[in-house]
Design a protein around this ligand. Structure first.
Ligand code: FAD
Length: 403
């Protein structure tokens, strides 16, 4: 069996490593000329890191990652600790695998180093995919060349081309009504920041700030990644856009000095629309199948998009390595759909909690909502243990269907 994977992002690379280990021939086609997503970060939780460790890349990734000391929720204006949960060794002991903050370029390059270089084809942008009656699928690239494989996997991210061949055109993600700025800051430039090695959510009306350290304390990397989310604008056309000078800081007027210090420490980034994929009725068509953001791009408030791509990849590899392609592709969505929908729904709900407006005088029910929010943050790790303790491959081999 020969598998062609479109997209060498987090999901595509993980799939290629897992298929190689299962002895399946796999070729990976990536439109970028080089795997270098510099300036971006990602946080990986135990449900993702346990699979990466099982694939043999855990040690290399651990060396370039920082494990957050705690998960802290703070009031964005007063810095009051609303709730805190153990990180580091305690998190690892509870969930059996670490939590990592890592530069995306380190993650991508470590994963790519584990893939047979002869099978990683850079500078190949897919433009279309089609099924053939002979039980194969064909990928067409922008230079007019084609590749035929027994199975084609669309791991080509949120703006997937392969999705059109599976779900039809016009089935892509929708704008959530929220947008974001991001930045990488040196810890040394943040003298006001409490608990700089924790992963922290600063919550307030119509906005929140998330940040975490990354890059590996062992190599003295003192980078902190931040992600600042604002409600609005109501509508958005296209991709990222340049923001007016001061737009980010204006959105956080009156917030705690540690927040404003972080946002002002680097030049303002472009503003990103936050997108979410409505559930697709199809993840497969014939010999074409989707994984990761191509089929379930979700809001980032649980830090789970990449982790879910990793889970998809190891389950799909296990199925393709263990049974015929038609059975594998029929089984795969049944194993992954409910889980990814539940995580996506939960990420959406968390976003709503993080942006609750201030109560208006005389509106006790709004105050009650804030109290309920704080109680949810206090219970966060227990209530979301199902996300972190999940073992995708064990679920696939032992229980079959996953609820
Ligand atoms: P991607 O990683 O997007 O990879 C897709 C690949 O396909 C890319 O390399 C792209 O170049 C390639 N490609 C695209 N089109 C073509 C084509 N036509 N032909 C060939 N190649 C193509 N998730 C987390 O788990 N934790 C986090 O902390 C986190 N933080 C985030 C912060 C932000 C600001 C954002 C926007 C997202 C965040 N996510 C996070 C989500 C996460 O980045 C995605 O869910 C994850 O990258 C999806 O992996 P993927 O492999 O499906 O797609």
């Amino acid at each position: 069996m020969e598998i062609a994977v479109v997209g060498a992002g987090i999901g595509g690379l993980t799939l290629a490593i897992a298929l190689q280990r299962a002895g399946v021939t796999v070729d990976l086609y990536e439109r970028a000329e080089e795997l270098r997503e510099v300036g971006a970060a990602v946080a990986l939780s135990a449900n993702g890191t346990r699979e990466l460790s099982r694939l043999g890349v855990g040690e290399a990734l651990d060396a370039v990652s920082t494990q957050p000391t705690e998960l802290i929720y703070r009031d964005g204006r007063t810095a009051e600790r609303i709730a805190a949960h153990p990180g580091g060794a305690d998190y690892r002991a509870r969930f059996g695998a670490p939590y990592w903050g890592i530069h995306r370029v380190d993650l991508q390059q470590t994963l790519a180093a584990a893939v047979d270089p002869a099978r990683l084809h850079l500078g190949r942008a897919a433009t279309a995919v089609r099924n053939e009656p002979a039980g194969v699928a064909v990928v067409t690239f922008d230079d007019g060349s084609t590749v035929t494989a027994d199975v084609v996997v669309g791991a080509d991210g949120v703006h997937s081309v392969v999705r059109d061949a599976v779900a039809g055109t016009g089935q892509g993600p929708v704008y959530s009504g929220t947008s974001a700025f991001r930045g990488l800051v040196r810890r040394a430039d943040l003298p006001s920041l409490p608990d700089p090695l924790a992963i922290q959510f600063w919550t307030g009306p119509h906005a929140h700030l998330l940040h975490y350290a990354m890059g590996g304390t062992a190599r003295n990397d003192d980078t902190i990644n931040f992600f600042a989310v604002l409600c609005g604008p109501d509508a958005w056309q296209g991709g990222t856009r340049d923001a007016a000078p001061g737009e980010l800081l204006d959105g956080f007027a009156g917030w705690h000095p540690a927040v404003r210090e972080m946002l002002a420490a680097v030049p303002q980034s472009p503003r990103w629309p936050l997108l979410s994929q409505p559930p697709l009725t199809r993840w497969t068509r014939g010999r074409v199948v989707l994984l990761g953001d191509a089929c379930h791009a979700m809001l980032p408030h649980h830090g789970q998009g990449a982790n879910q791509s990793i889970e998809d990849a190891v389950v799909l590899a296990e199925l393709l390595g263990g049974t015929d392609p038609d059975t594998a592709l029929a089984t795969y969505p049944r194993r992954r759909r409910a889980r990814t929908r539940a995580v996506a729904r939960s990420a959406w709900e968390t976003g709503t909690l993080l942006h609750l407006p201030d109560p208006r005088p005389g509106h006790d029910h709004e105050l009650d909502e804030l109290k309920a929010r704080d109680a949810r943050f206090e219970n966060y790790l227990d209530a979301n243990a199902w996300v972190h303790e999940y073992t995708a491959t064990a679920a696939a081999t032992t229980t079959g269907e996953v609820a």
